[in-house]
Design a protein around this ligand. Structure first.
Ligand code: TXA
Ligand code: MG
Length: 320
């Protein structure tokens, strides 16, 4: 197939989706690779384009609670409170699946991941469609997620017809995934809504997002979101000694490092804002990955609020 058209025409995206194709869509978190969630053929195409193992389930995106009620069999009160407080927004809920949702979407699990994304173009698209959109992040499995239409174009552009361009993603890291184990709330993936904010809405939650071999959600695999170059979170001095200052890239939170050339560095937020750091994180990793460096050193943020989710992505990028 020739390369994907990038545009802002939701009618064009709708046309391809109704024809069973998959397209790139913007969300506030990262770009998604979207297809008709109720069509097993379209969902199979998502797995194929992304080169994603079919045991890794997809998130179903919709634009209203009324529609989501058709895809689940129950909405526990705590889930409802989270939905009311966070949607549209970077929260994904794991709820008991209704039979309407194909098993391929949920990898045979009895839960389905649902969310209402907060992006005006994608909300308009969802409003115009009579089906929800299954969409994983629009990157090849295991690589850094895309936060601009150009990132999708560069990696999957030869496999899809259209990318809906919604500009750079405003949150920049994936949604927080929350599910239930009996009466207990569990955070399975740290993301755009900090754990502190979730606890403010529903009280204490258990965070299970750290396990390296947690089969519940492969997005929690220890090595994920990874650039091609090796990433380290400690030992900058040793890297500079080993490779030389020209061959080390640095991702820092606020300040340039005096140890390597400025052109080899990406500062996440000179103002020290974790929100801005999250917005720029994946673009920064891509930038450094594209340099002629042998290794990337990434500085961790203070371990709170969004800093926790950012550090989670950096640690996974460093795990291999
Ligand atoms: O912000 C986001 O969530 C983005 C945008 C596009 O919405 N999507 C995203 O999708 O990050 P993906 O496929 O890259 O990550 C979804 C994660 C995967 O780790 C998957 O294993 C997990 O959600 N997941 C999906 N359904 C699940 C289920 N029923 N039970 C447990 N984990 C599930
Ligand atoms: Mg992903």
């Amino acid at each position: 197939m020739k390369t994907a058209v990038i545009g802002t025409d939701t009618g064009e995206a709708k046309k391809w989706l109704e024809a069973g194709q998959v397209v790139g869509i913007p969300t506030e978190t990262v770009y998604g690779l979207a297809g008709n969630a109720l069509s097993p053929a379209a969902v199979a195409r998502i797995f194929e384009v992304k080169n994603r193992p079919t045991f890794d389930p997809l998130i179903v995106h919709s634009n209203s609670l009324e529609k989501i009620a058709q895809f689940v069999t129950e909405m526990p009160p705590a889930a409802r409170r989270l939905a009311d407080a966070c949607w549209p927004g970077p929260l994904t809920l794991l709820l008991k699946k209704a039979s309407l949702v194909p098993d391929l979407v949920t990898a045979g699990l009895d839960t389905v991941a649902v969310r209402i994304p907060n992006h005006p173009l994608t909300l308009r698209l969802l409003d115009a469609l009579d089906f929800p959109l299954a969409a994983p992040s629009a990157n090849p499995f295991g690589y850094v997620s895309p936060t601009q239409a150009e990132h999708v174009q560069a990696q999957l552009g030869d496999k899809i017809p259209y990318i809906l361009d919604g500009g750079p993603c405003q949150v920049g890291i994936e949604s927080t995934i929350v599910g239930f184990e009996g009466p207990e709330l569990v955070v399975y993936r740290l993301g755009g809504i900090p754990v502190e904010a979730i606890e403010h809405i529903v009280g204490p939650v258990r965070v299970m997002a750290h396990s390296s071999s947690n089969p519940k959600a492969p997005g929690m695999l220890k090595s994920h979101y990874a650039p091609l170059k090796p990433v380290y979170t400690d030992g900058l001095d040793g890297l500079v000694d080993r490779y030389g200052p020209e061959a080390v890239g640095v991702l820092s939170f606020k300040d340039l490092s005096p140890d390597v050339p400025a052109g080899n560095q990406f500062v996440l937020s000179a103002a020290g804002s974790a929100t801005e750091a999250a917005q720029r994180l994946f673009a920064g990793l891509r930038y450094l990955d594209g340099l002629a460096v042998a290794a990337i050193y990434a500085e961790l943020l203070p371990e709170r609020e969004l800093g926790r989710a950012i550090n989670d992505r950096i640690r996974r990028a460093a795990a291999r």
